[in-house]
Write a protein that binds this ligand. Sequence first.
Ligand code: SR1
Ligand code: MG
Length: 417
Amino acid sequence: ATRDYAPLTPQTLAARLGGIEAVRSRAGDPSAWTVREVGDGNLNLVFIIDGPDGSVIAKQALPYVRLVGESWPLPLKRAYFEYNALIRQAARDPGSVPEVFHFDEEQALVVMEFLSPHVILRHSLMAGKRHPDLGGVLGRFCARTLFRGSDLSMKTADRKADLALFAGNVELCDITENLVFSDPYFAAEMNRHTPQLDPVVAELRADIDLKIAAQHLKAAFATNAETMLHGDLHTGSVMVSDTETRVIDPEFATYGPMGFDVGMLIANFLMAYFAQPGHAETEGSRAGYQEWILSVVEELWAEFAAEFTRLWREERNGILYERTLFEDQGHGIGAEQARIDRLAAIWRDTLGFCGIEMHRRTLSLAHIAEYDQIADEALRAKCEARGLRLGRALAVRRGTITGMEEVLNLARHINQE
Ligand code: SR1
Ligand code: MG
């Protein structure tokens, strides 16, 4: 029987979930649970359940956008896409995401592994902390999930079924299409920006080359169903400890271009880089930490390309670039040429999506804590303007920037101005 959806509260949670064996077996006796609501994202309720035998997370969708309120309804079915994305990511890159213990479609609820002592990466970057192999783990996560969710790896029937499944994530794609690709470039109702940025914003909104680039990238997001994306892969969707990195929150999962996930992630590191004057305690500590952030970006792309290459050579077994097609060339020369072309296309997309993400997190509805928490508005605007400038260069010049060193040098140069 279906039970009517009802949002959980810390007071009702033990009674509602205490009878579920998958939860009880991990947390222990429900009468001894303590429950806290800790969601600080834009959309959902997130509870930590601490029981005598352990802790778990219960994440429940609300029927509206939490950030805005009930005036902006949002379907509960996003929990279904999150659950389906999580189990695919776990299969494609084992250990990279929290383990799912229980899914309840009617209640839009996923109960999953509590990651401890992990913290949200965005907060760690504001606190100036370093994490070993961060770029490596994230680069491999992108390569494995994006390659293995694509026509390079999947059989026709599986690929078509997943394409149809994730095509249902309509409302969240609509959010991305508007908030990310369109709103930054006109005076959309929900936009906000630091007042001192007015002249820069006017310049960007008069920039035809940039608007055309944003529309080309929006078309790619909307029409190029290259793979299953995480769909919202920013540094708030990554949890870190001193020894481990995990990816969370794939409720925006959809089929789209590989560069979307990689570009969004890199953009969030680059914004953390530009925001450091608002967070680092001394100039001396700042410069070294900023360089560390850039080294993570460098490692992320290098590891993505290396792992994508390994998977191409060892696992390519899907609909595209069949091995038999390239046999005549000997030594895999034809397949290598195809791989290089494919990576070059992903690189161009990555730069473009990276640039647009840097704009939308400064000008559209959903901002980032790194900028928002800089109380001095003039300093905040200076940091944000640097990000906007780099974002413009990456989006418009994505076809001619040849390597990551050029991107990082551009960031260093803009940071000095
Ligand atoms: C109304 S939702 C705003 C943003 O929050 C999510 O995390 C996505 O990034 C979305 O664009
Ligand atoms: Mg999220």
